[in-house]
Every structure is written in C-alpha cells, then in structure tokens.
Write a protein that binds this ligand. Structure first.
Ligand SMILES: Nc1ncnc2c1ncn2[C@@H]1O[C@H](COP(=O)(O)OP(=O)(O)OP(=O)(O)O)[C@@H](O)[C@H]1O
Ligand SMILES: [Mg+2]
Length: 656
C-alpha cells in the first residue's frame, strides 16, 4: 500500500498558502528537505548556472514506490500528515504536499526513485506540469530529482532571476547551513566540476563547524548548551479554582506534558561584530527559520556587551516538542510561531547570556584587529565561485537580501589564509608577521636557545585576569600587563567603566547608588523632548544617585549627583542621557533604562585616557576588572582587553 495520499480539502485549506517556488534556492531548499525527511544519510546537490539551468539532488533515503512517485506530483499529496490535528504537531520538514507539484509545473523535471523494498525503480518525466513519461528502471535505492530550465514556461519570472553568482551564493549558503544542522549526514554541493562543499559525517556540531569553516572560526565561537523543562518555566499556572479537569483538555497540546526545550549551538565572542543580522542562523527542530523573537532574545543577551548597532555571529539550534511550535504560518515554511513565546524568548536570552558570561572570552589581539564590522572572516563570508571553474577560488559578495544566508569560503585551508590576510593591518608589526608563510624552527633557534615547551594552547578566557601584573602605560591610556597567558593591553577608561557599571547596577539592585552633594545646585535646561523623557525616568534617575527637582518650566535643579561624576559633567551627561532615550523608538522598559543610566554614569565617572596611573592604581583596576561578571567589553560594547597569547608571540617569532 502506498504511503502518500491526497489531503482532504478541509485540511488542505488550513495550510498557509502562497508562493512555494521563487528562485533556484527555494527549489534546492524543498528538495533538500524532502531528502532529509526521507531519512537520507547522503545528499548530493549538483548545479549548473547557479541552478537556473540545472538542479539535481540525489539521496539515499527511503525512495518511493511507483504509485507513490506518481501521486507525489498531485497537489496536497503527502505522506507526512493526514488530519488537521496533525498540523498542530508537525515532526517533518515538509507537510503541505505542495513542493513537488509546484516545482514540476515550472520546470522540466526528471525523477528517478526506488524504495529499498522494491525490485525495480521508477523514472518519471514532467514538462511544465505535463506528464511525459513513466517507466520502470533498474535504479539504486533512494531518489534523484533533476530540475532543468526553471521557469522556462513563465518568462516573466525567468526574467527576474538574479545573476548566476547570486543564485549560487544563496544555494551554497542554504546547503552549508543544512549541513551544519545535520553533522551526522554526508553533504556534497557541486557546481559543474567545482566541488563547493564535501562534508562527510562527523560526530558533533563543533566538528562540522571546523570541517566547513576551519579552526579560526571555531575559535571565535563560544559553545552553548542549555535545557529547561517547559512546564516549570511555563506560563503562570491558573489558580486552583480556575483549573480545568484533565478530561476537559482533549485538544492538542494542552492535554500533554509540555516537555523540555533545549538549545545548543554557538555564539561569537564580543570582538566579532557584524553590520547586520545575516550571520545569525536559527534552526527550530532542525528547520532553518527567520525569527524576530529569537533574534530579539539574542540582541538582549548581548546588551551591554556589543554596541547596539552591531550584531554577533550565531548558530542556534532550538529543539522543543512539536506541539509547542506552529510551523504552518508561512507559505515557504521559513517562519514559525512558538506557543509560549515569552518563555522561549527568555530561555534563549538567558542561555546565550550565561554562555557569554561563563566563557569570559579574551579578545585575541589579532582577531580584534580583524573584527571591524566590515571584516567578514569565516562564518559570515558571503562568497561565490569564480567564473573559472578550475580555480575554485571564492570571492566576497554582498549579503543575499532575502534569505540572509551566506556561503562559506571553501576549502577551509584557503579560508584560513584569507582570514590572515583579513587581519593584517599595515603598520602593525605583530600582525604583519603573520602574513608571511610560516616557517618553523623546531627545537630552538639558530643560537641553540631552546624554548620551554610551547605553552599549551591556553584557554582563551579571562579567567586568568586576576593574575595580571601591570608593567606600565602606553600614552597614559592603555595598561600593559603580563601573566602566564601572554601580553595584555587594557583600555583603562573602558575597564574602569565596566567595573563601575556593574557596581552601580548592584547598588541600584540593593537600594541606592552612592551620590555626592554638589557645592551649588546645577540648573539644567531641557528641550521639550528631553522634558518628556525626564518625567518618565526621573524616579529612576533618583534611584541612581541624583537629587533633582523641577525648577520652573523645562528646568531642573540638580543637588546630588552620582559619586565620581565631575560636577562640570553633570549637565552634559543628563542632556546626553535624555537625548538617547528621546531617540529611542521602542517603549522604555525599566531594565533597559537602568542599564542605560548605569552605563552613562559609569562612562562619566570612569578614569579617562591620557591619565597617568600609579602602579597600585593599575593593580587595583586590574583586580577589580577580574572580579566583574563581564570583563571583556564595556557597557557600550567596546572591548576592554586585548590579549596577545604566548602562542601568538611564539608564532610571530617563528618558534612554532
Ligand atoms: N526525496 C524523497 N524521497 C522519498 N520520498 C519523497 C522524496 N521527495 C518527496 N517524497 C514524497 O513525496 C511527497 C510529496 O513531496 P512534497 O515535497 O511535494 O510534499 P511534502 O514534503 O509532503 O510537503 P511540502 O510541500 O511541505 O514539502 C512527500 O510527502 C514524500 O512522501
Ligand atoms: Mg517537501
């Protein structure tokens, strides 16, 4: 008996309708998902002309019987769901029974398939939706679908396809990210004779990241893994008198245990800063999606670690019971809706934040220099194959607009070289050295000096901050310090800013922030916009050590200011703060307001650059910094310390 059936109309009508095939990448996405749903262990994608001429996807999955293969091209024919209730907990990537008929109607499609249990396979040919040929044939188990001349019968659509290289870049991103989500499967992507991705199965996601992007990228990422019982963090329980009896709860998810939500993946260290969100990849139950809620949670997690205008690199895999996520919300299945939105939001935010705090990553001296928002090392490098297929060389390309996925530079070896090129900065000797091919002088230098064992790759962590010994200052602004890990450079202003920021938040949480009495009240005049914000945040300002009173219309008198803020700066600081809030588009929330105020006070009270510091002051500052929760960046997201590891030093001197 066949597995595929046509959904009854009332079920089909419940499926989010819309355009399924938009471009070559959407064909690849649908066929990839079908192969994954078919349980394939090996998936190979072949392309010609960025998929415009040919897309072929071959898998070793369950295959189809002849009858199923015929049925698969009917609209709403699927083996994956049966009833409307099934739509409430979809466990497969496909569920609409729309992809194959949609693709077949706008291309010349050739299908070869054999179910493992069948002796013979089936070949089907369809041209622009018209069945041309059905034949029996000897075939390997699995399925191969070839889609030629996409939109050959819809000239209007064809005309609007992007350049081959753009389409290729979209597809490469897509395949790469599915490969990242399924490290246990073998993925290949070929464009004509060019092998763009060959990824044999590996045991972990980290190995997959390494395999595809290389070591440097992996080193820039912090692994994250967390889980929580949904019911414990779930929505507030109704009071006992309002609770329904279990038999009332017949329908859907309500009757079942909500289960567990898990998150794992990678988030980038704070020194990696991207100009847009296109390096944030979110998978929900192994489906690649775009999701504002999760993106917002990530931004929140990086608040006061990254500046608000830049974004991290994130690869996040969320797994939750199928009944907790509605996948039937978007025609191309690229969005989902969580049933417990705020629970998921907070869980993601807290997990990412905890991972960042735990790792306390030390910005690598070299990586930092390459981390200008414009630099695109590894994970987010948009790339495309060169038009000369033999060269296999990849070049930078702009971020694809709608799918927001980017391809890796391949192979990893050339990626590494490119990364080194990327971090090379003129006039910086330490980095410049790294640009030349490495020579190793094993066993010591030519004078017979033998180095102690190369320091074991020290954890790139700020845990060792507490052992730092300051040596002095560069231009009275940057503290130079050393410990077993290497050489450190600390920006004295932002370091103090971080120390004060956390102190103020702590004090604010406890009760009141320390303040100082001003010799004379300072009179501050406000613009109407500032006045409006002031009325909203006046209490919070008072909680933070200000004593302010209205003094005529749009004028305030400040009698107390937070400790450490110079009286001469009070007016400027208040104006700056109020302006910041005034330009904010979103509604203020208390936590955000507190963070902002604390950051502003910290910034104005912190020691400045161009200030000589005595040895004991430097020691005190480094010790205080080591105690902070997040010593790697200031509350505005700038890095606090740079580390030049022993390994970097050895490498630069060509000792390793
Ligand atoms: N590579 C494959 N291997 C085995 N069976 C397949 C493969 N591709 C498609 N099928 C079968 O054909 C059916 C129709 O595929 P199609 O992609 O059109 O719909 P779907 O995957 O069920 O839902 P969606 O439209 O959401 O993708 C599938 O339900 C599946 O049973
Ligand atoms: Mg499908």
């Amino acid at each position: 008996m066949g597995k595929i059936h046509v959904l009854p109309e009332h079920v089909a009508n419940k499926i989010a309708a819309g355009e399924v095939v938009e471009r070559p990448a959407s064909v690849v996405k649908e066929l990839l998902e079908n192969a994954l749903d078919a349980g394939a262990g090996r998936i190979r994608v072949n392309l010609e002309a960025g998929g415009k001429k040919l897309i072929q996807i071959t898998d070793d999955g369950c295959g189809m019987s002849r009858d199923d293969a015929m049925l698969a091209f009917e609209r709403h024919a699927t083996s994956k769901i049966r009833t409307a209730d099934d739509l409430l907990s979809v466990a497969t990537l496909g569920f609409r029974g729309e992809a194959l008929p949609s693709i077949a109607s706008v291309s010349r499609l050739h299908l070869e398939t054999r179910a493992a249990e069948d002796a013979a396979g089936t070949v089907i040919e369809i041209n622009g939706g018209k069945l041309l040929r059905v034949e029996e044939a000897g075939l390997p188990a699995g399925t191969s679908i070839t889609v030629r001349d996409l939109f050959f019968n819809v000239p209007a659509r064809k005309k609007f396809l992007k350049a081959e290289s753009t389409e290729l870049s979209h597809i490469a991103s897509l395949v790469t990210h599915y490969a990242l989500a399924h490290p246990d499967k073998h993925f290949e992507l070929h464009s004509l004779t060019n092998a763009m991705l060959v990824a044999p199965p590996v045991a972990t996601h980290a190995e997959r990241v390494y395999q595809i992007f290389g070591k440097e990228t992996l080193d820039q990422l912090i692994p994250i893994a967390a889980a929580v019982e949904l019911q414990r963090i779930g929505l507030p329980q109704p009071p006992p008198w309002a609770r329904r009896e279990p038999e009332d709860e017949q329908n859907g998810a309500g009757a079942k245990e909500p289960g567990e939500v898990r998150v794992h993946g990678f988030v980038s260290k704070p020194e990696i800063q991207k100009l847009n969100r296109s390096s944030i990849y979110i998978f929900v139950n192994q489906r690649l999606i775009r999701d504002r809620l999760v993106q917002h949670a990530i931004t929140e997690a990086y608040r006061n670690i990254l500046p608000p205008t830049v974004f991290p690199v994130v690869l996040l895999f969320l797994e939750l019971p199928t009944a907790e996520v509605d996948v039937n919300v978007h025609p191309s299945k690229t969005e989902v809706r969580f049933r417990q939105q705020s629970v998921i939001h907070d869980f993601v935010r807290d997990s990412v934040r905890a991972a960042l705090m735990k790792a306390r990553p030390a910005p690598q001296f070299a990586a930092e220099i390459g981390a200008r928002p414009t630099a695109t090392p590894a994970l987010s490098s948009a790339a495309r194959a060169s038009s000369a297929p033999a060269s296999g060389h990849w070049r930078e390309l702009y971020a694809p607009a709608d799918f927001a996925l980017r391809a890796p530079d391949l192979p990893p070896e050339s990626q590494r070289l490119q990364f080194e090129g990327g971090i090379a900065v003129e006039g910086n000797a330490a980095i410049a050295v790294a640009r030349f091919p490495r020579q190793t002088f094993a066993g010591g230098d030519s004078c017979g000096n033998v180095l102690p064992e190369p320091a074991a790759e020290t954890e790139s962590s700020l845990a060792s901050l507490s052992t730092l010994k300051p040596l002095g200052q560069i231009r009275n602004s940057f503290i130079l310090a050393v410990n077993e890990d290497g050489l450190w450079i600390v920006d004295q202003h932002v370091a103090h800013e971080r120390v004060l920021f956390e102190k103020i938040l702590r004090q604010r949480g406890a009760e009141r922030v320390e303040s100082q009495r001003l010799l004379m009240p300072i009179i501050v005049e406000l613009t109407p916009a500032q006045q409006a914000v002031f009325t909203e945040i006046a209490d919070e300002l008072r909680g933070n050590g200000f004593d302010l009173e209205p003094f005529g219309s749009r004028t305030i008198a400040v009698k107390l200011s937070p400790a450490g803020v110079d009286a001469a700066q009070v007016e400027h600081m208040l104006h700056e703060l109020l302006d910041q809030f005034a330009s904010e588009e979103q509604a203020l929330n208390l936590e955000k307001a507190r963070g902002r105020i604390a950051a502003s006070i910290a910034c104005h009270a912190a020691i400045k650059v161009n200030m000589p510091l005595e040895q004991n002051k430097m020691e005190w500052l480094l010790a205080e910094l080591a105690k902070t929760e997040c010593p790697m960046s200031c509350p505005h997201g700038r890095p606090v310390v740079l580390r030049y590891s022993v390994k970097d030093i050895q490498r630069a001197f060509k000792r390793i």
